[in-house]
Design a binder for this molecule. Structure first.
Ligand code: NAP
Length: 548
């Protein structure tokens, strides 16, 4: 219960937000601007969400900082100075804290509080939110701003409990940092987190052994410091840049070369790939041609190029063979962007173990056993990823109309309309939920769009005297189909990735994010312009509608 202000006659709060990452903070700011009484529950002891937890060495964002930042206040974007093209985790966390202070958000942020359950009351149109401090509050709007990659995937390795050394997860890194000096370290997992941390751990540890299940494509980040001149040039055209990114499929300026790869000669393709590799760097690489994510033949050309680069960098042919993806589809698993990852395997203190055919058998008291061979280590670092997109939503026991459980409803995969709401759970909003572009876009832009959409929707409900909003079943069914139809036009469904949930044992394989930020924005605008087409709006005083 709020101890700073009197309880309203209807509910303790107008809105409860879960998560104090970039989504939750901006959501709170918008709700307050509308004069609503809101509170944010956050399980961590500070703001920043993913940037609060993922403090592993080498953690940095692979979206350019001048774009991976808030755009809701020009004064904020003019005053903040990003030091690097791709800023590191400490700098991003500093920015999150700056925003919390600048907009005086902290009085309404309640840290160290985990939301356990949320239950909808049909008759009062209220949610009751129970937290792990034994308290419960009521709210009219319940907003999950829990992020897309916030619940760790922790594979159950036999023997892990008996390991005598230290165990770390990249997704929950000790705040005081870790000193690997003099230690033999095992790293399990070669996604973005493993690829970013490898060079840093290798530089400190006596020996680093990387256990790789699937080789990954990674391109050089070409990170560098930003000069004041460069920053000012971007600031001078910030409005234009932000408008432009809103119209892009990935909500970022990838400098798309709007030409199909197969329409040019092999020599021209190589020239463009070399230029992207050497000069642009980072995820811009996939904009070398406009069909790389849609045409398998085009994708093959870029895969061959990266494989050749890996063989060129890694001196030990055996290691190069293990590291180079075979028949891989670039971007199917999210493309990684690195600084010196493949080069690290040229160090004498770095080993590589292929666990694709013989999985990790067991973790012993003193190391890792694969195929009968023991690898003695002092520390194990798990970079094994996340229960993406649905993990945090389903981590809370959410009960909607008639006590329906969200866990049951989503057992065969998430079902939403626009990744914003789900049938049977009125007034529950998701920021960048499954079915929205989210992880297939610059998250900061997706957050901006979703928070504005949710706050505008709430403003509309308030002014029109609407007490409930939820999608129509037909709209949700059509949207779920549409998300999959669009994904099927791309190379995304052709491998096992966390986009499909296939990285988590037992999770249903369904493609979760929506491909195409710009088309998504247009769809949302159309829905709103047509009076929230596809949603059921229940006016005050009316009983439940039959159509829901
Ligand atoms: P991830 O991409 O899911 O990678 C997890 C790794 O662990 C994979 O290599 C996976 O192998 C391996 N793994 C999982 N279970 C295993 C097992 N039982 N035995 C052996 N290996 C196992 O996770 P992540 O690296 O944390 O990255 C997740 C996402 O977070 C990224 O794709 C990105 O969107 C985001 N991220 C972004 C940044 C950035 O902006 N710079 C940095 C870090 C993370 P398989 O491939 O065989 O499953």
């Amino acid at each position: 219960m709020d101890d700073r202000s009197p309880i309203t006659s209807k509910s303790d709060f107008d809105a409860i937000v879960v998560g104090a990452g970039f989504a939750g903070m901006f959501m709170l700011h918008r709700l307050r601007q509308q004069g609503l009484k809101a509170r944010v529950f956050e399980r961590g002891s500070g703001v920043g969400g993913t940037w609060f937890w993922n403090r592993y060495p080498g953690a940095r964002c692979d979206t350019e900082s001048m774009e991976y930042s808030y755009q809701f206040d020009d004064a904020l974007q003019q005053e903040w100075n990003w030091p690097e093209r791709y800023s590191a985790q400490p700098e991003i966390l500093k920015y999150a804290n700056h925003v919390a202070d600048r907009y005086d958000l902290r009085p309404d942020l309640q840290f160290n509080t985990k939301v356990l359950s949320a239950t909808f009351d049909d008759t009062r149109h209220l949610w009751t939110i129970a937290t792990d401090d034994g308290k419960a509050v009521t709210t009219r709007y319940f907003i999950m701003a829990t992020g897309t990659l916030s619940v760790a995937n922790k594979p159950k390795f036999a023997g892990l409990d008996g390991f005598k050394g230290r165990v770390f997860y990249t997704s929950d890194w000790p705040h005081e940092g870790v000193d690997f000096t003099g230690h033999r370290v095992a790293l399990i997992g070669t996604g973005s987190s493993g690829i970013q941390s490898t060079p840093h751990i290798a530089a400190q540890a006596t020996r680093l052994t990387v256990f790789q299940r699937t080789p990954n494509f990674s391109v050089p980040a070409n990170n560098r410091g930003l000069s004041e001149e460069e920053r000012n040039a971007t600031k001078a055209r910030y409005g234009e840049l932000r408008n432009f990114t809103y119209q892009q499929p990935f909500a970022t300026d990838f400098h798309m070369n709007d030409v199909p790869a197969m329409s040019v000669s092999a020599e021209e393709r190589r020239r463009v790939y070399e230029e992207r590799w050497n000069q642009h760097g980072g995820l811009h690489f996939m904009a070398a041609f406009n069909d790389l994510m849609f045409n398998s033949e085009a994708n093959k050309t870029v895969a061959e190029f990266i494989v050749e680069k890996i063989h060129g960098v890694v001196k030990d042919p055996k290691k190069a063979e293990i590291l180079a993806p075979k028949n891989g589809v670039v971007g199917c698993k999210r493309l990684c962007s690195d600084t010196g990852y493949f080069e690290t395997f040229n160090r004498d203190n770095v080993d590589l173990v292929d666990v694709s055919k013989s999985p990790i058998e067991e973790i012993t008291a003193t190391g890792i056993r694969v195929d009968g061979v023991d690898y003695p280590v002092d520390d194990i670092v798990f970079a094994t990823g996340f229960d993406a997109m649905t993990g945090a939503m389903l981590g809370v026991d959410i009960r909607g109309r008639n006590g329906e459980s969200l866990r049951d409803k989503w057992a065969a995969g998430p079902r939403t309309y626009l990744g914003l709401q789900t049938v049977g759970f009125p007034n529950l909003f998701m920021v960048t939920g499954p079915g929205s572009p989210s992880v297939l876009s610059n998250m900061m832009v997706s957050i901006d769009q979703h928070v504005n959409l949710i706050s505008d929707t709430i403003r509309h409900l308030e002014s029109a005297g609407i007490v409930e909003i939820e999608p129509e079943a037909a709209a949700e069914d059509a949207w779920v189909n549409h998300v999959n139809e669009v994904a099927d036009l791309t190379v995304y469904p052709s491998c096992n990735s966390w986009y499909l949930g296939s990285n988590v044992p037992g999770k249903t394989r369904v493609f979760m994010p929506y491909v195409g930020f710009n088309t998504y924005v247009a769809k949302c605008e159309e829905v709103v312009a047509k009076g929230y087409e596809g949603f059921v709006l229940v006016p005050s005083g009316k009983k439940e509608t039959a159509s829901v």
